[in-house]
Design a protein around this ligand. Sequence first.
Ligand code: NDP
Length: 315
Amino acid sequence: MMSETNSSIQSTTGRAAPDFGADVIDGKAFAANLLQRIKQDVADLRATTGEVPGLAVVLVGEDPASAVYVASKRRETLAAGMNSFEHRLSEETTQAELLALIHRLNADPAVHGILVQLPLPGQLNSDAVIDAIDPAKDVDGFHVANAGRLAVGQQALVPCTPLGCVMLLKDRLGNLSGLHAVVVGRSNIVGKPMAQLLLQEDCTVTIAHRHSRDLASITRLADILVVAVGRPEMVKGDWIKPGATVIDVGINRISRHGKTRLVGDVDFAQAGHAKAITPVPGGVGPMTIGCLLENTLEAFRRARAPLLKSMKKVS
Ligand code: NDP
């Protein structure tokens, strides 16, 4: 996954021509409001319980992009008034050492959320590491227990990116019931949970992938089109039904006219006949950290439910 935080990247949000008909969904502004609300909730919890949620982030190795993501997560966690616990481990960390840390964080009552920054160095098995995280603290929503709960409609911690996409869609469209949603991409972190969430909203859901035949004829059926493939500007204008709402999850760095910039999986300039579309950058990307903190707050509330309940009775 590529971050949107690289300042050398030229914004493409200004590409919308004056006659561009679609509303451009401002994920940055939505995320800022979300973070503000989380900050207020944390302040209220501190006032009533004397406690605040704590998020532990584990970074193994020196990958510069990962270091940037971890730094911005820490900054936003602290800005929301939560505790941030950062664990930086050397590139040579063994599986046993990493698992020992996860077990310590699982047992630490001050830690309500655990995030292991991916990808991990080659000697480490990320599936085994994610499996070791207590599902109640799995704020990335990657543990099979959370994926399974989401699939069967039980209370789960949901992966942050699709959670952010659904928030943007509900804000824009209100009730999603009965709409035909097409999700292009079936990864465990975006496509599959996205499809599950849309199903929970009573959408009719189609999932497309690399082997889908005549993809354009499938995407043209969508009232809601979510694209998460990692292919720059793959979805062209005539793949989009007039009036559709388009969520572009892709983040792709390209070089054009001697400049580097980020583009999505949708050819934004050709999407003016959509009802609304998320730009890249500035659409889905900014929502992800907000949803991570939302999940951490939720994990805290579930962990401290007995305390919160007893305080409610007293007041
Ligand atoms: P993955 O590589 O894990 O999955 C890509 C999916 O796209 C696969 O299911 C693949 O199908 C499908 N796909 C690839 N090529 C095609 C094609 N030509 N036609 C149809 N389907 C295709 O990627 P992620 O889900 O992790 O990420 C997708 C994009 O979203 C990336 O650009 C990533 O950077 C971005 N992203 C953005 C985030 C944000 O915060 N905005 C967060 C996470 C990701 P198959 O399964 O058949 O191989």
